[in-house]
Design a protein around this ligand. Structure first.
Ligand code: IPM
Ligand code: MG
Length: 357
């Protein structure tokens, strides 16, 4: 039987709850569609850091480099500075595994209400491609004269021709694979006159190979207005690491809830495993209450199944998710409902088993 080795890293906060739910759902998907998943649960996260001084074991990446995929929950704890967690866990996986394409689909799922008055559903159907290996998250910079009046701190954005070219190609390919074949390249080349100008130039060069894709360029500030006021004019979007980070929270909010939004951190060449995670983070205010919305993790599971080549199972899981979101009784508190993580999970499993398409 086809068996996929999945590394599950629940991490912190509600990460543990949603990854447990996601694992359950993936197992039902596998049973339903005639393959198997073998899931290794890893205790990497802030608790481990507080006990041992490291988020993951020393040769941690060696333990998972041959897995088929990673299911990640969240990283972040109230008593550990955020930059320590981010660099100690999430980026410590994304960067060495060269997961340079971060893909964030956004849609208004059935039963979910967008805060945008004019959006009933189909007007908002986007995929944001986030450059995930360099840019503003390159980690280059430093501090000197600490604590003195002349203290200085720098964070230097790094844009390489290779890095920009590969993310542009990825974005044009993705745009081409979608019905509208429409790509918006987000930039800030009016103010940032070096790297962002190169970014624009490379976009134009790569575009030559995709005459069937219609593309335009948009300054990031203007893009926030366009997303809010003319969402129907957008399909695929490519942006730098930080720009896409910001735009994807806006996208999630406009689609009704951050609790639903999924992500894939892809190494498209498949030299390393790719990593799938909900966008929402550790949400310590609701951790342990059993009310976290597991839909962001399930949708990330859909992306994982697509990546693994299990297209039928991916489509079946997406149908199951949509059947469940359509029912207001199965909405968790972030969506204004009263359902628990467990109830939503059971409902998605039932919908999977009852799906006869
Ligand atoms: C995201 C998150 C992370 C990021 C945080 C948790 C560091 O906001 O995945 O969008 O900024 O990359
Ligand atoms: Mg973010």
């Amino acid at each position: 039987m086809r068996t996929y080795k999945i590394a599950a890293i629940p991490g912190d906060g509600i990460g543990t709850e949603v990854v447990a739910a996601g694992t359950k759902v993936l197992e039902v998907c596998a049973r339903r569609d005639g393959f198997a998943v073998s899931v290794d649960q890893l205790d990497w996260g802030s608790e481990r850091y507080k006990k041992t001084g490291a988020f993951m074991p020393e040769r941690g990446l060696d333990l998972i480099k041959d897995h088929d995929a990673i299911l990640f929950g969240s990283a972040g704890a109230p008593d550990v500075p955020d930059h320590i967690t981010l660099w100690g866990l999430r980026l410590a996986i994304c960067q060495p595994f060269d997961q340079y394409a971060n893909v964030r689909p956004t849609r208004v799922l059935p039963g979910i209400v967008s805060p945008l008055r004019k959006v009933s559903g189909p007007e908002l159907d986007w995929v944001i491609v986030r450059e995930n290996s360099e840019g503003e998250y390159a980690g280059v910079g430093g501090r000197a004269h600490r604590g003195l009046p002349e203290e200085v701190a720098t964070d230097v954005s790094i844009f390489t021709r290779a890095g920009v070219t590969r993310i542009m190609r990825f974005a044009f390919e993705l745009a081409r694979s979608r019905p509208r074949k429409l790509l918006t390249v987000v930039t800030k080349s009016n103010a940032q006159r070096h790297a962002m100008v190169m970014w624009d130039e490379i976009a134009a060069e790569v575009a030559q190979a995709y005459p069937d894709v219609q593309w335009d360029k948009m300054l990031v500030d203007a893009m926030t207005m366009r997303m809010t006021l003319r969402p129907e004019t957008i399909d695929t979007v490519v942006a730098s690491n930080l720009h896409a980070d910001i735009l994807s929270d806006l996208a999630a909010a406009l689609a009704g809830s951050l609790g639903i939004a999924p992500t894939a951190n892809l190494n498209p060449e498949r030299k390393f495993p790719s990593m799938f995670e909900p966008i929402h983070g550790s949400a310590f205010d609701i951790a342990g209450k059993g009310i976290a919305n597991p839909v962001g993790t399930f949708w990330s599971g859909v992306m994982m199944l697509e990546h693994l080549g299990e297209k039928g199972a991916a489509a079946r899981l997406m149908r199951a998710i949509e059947r469940v979101t359509a029912d207001q009784n199965l909405h968790t508190p972030d969506l204004g409902g009263k359902a628990t993580t467990e109830e939503v999970t059971v409902a998605v499993c039932d919908a999977l088993l009852g799906d006869n398409q």
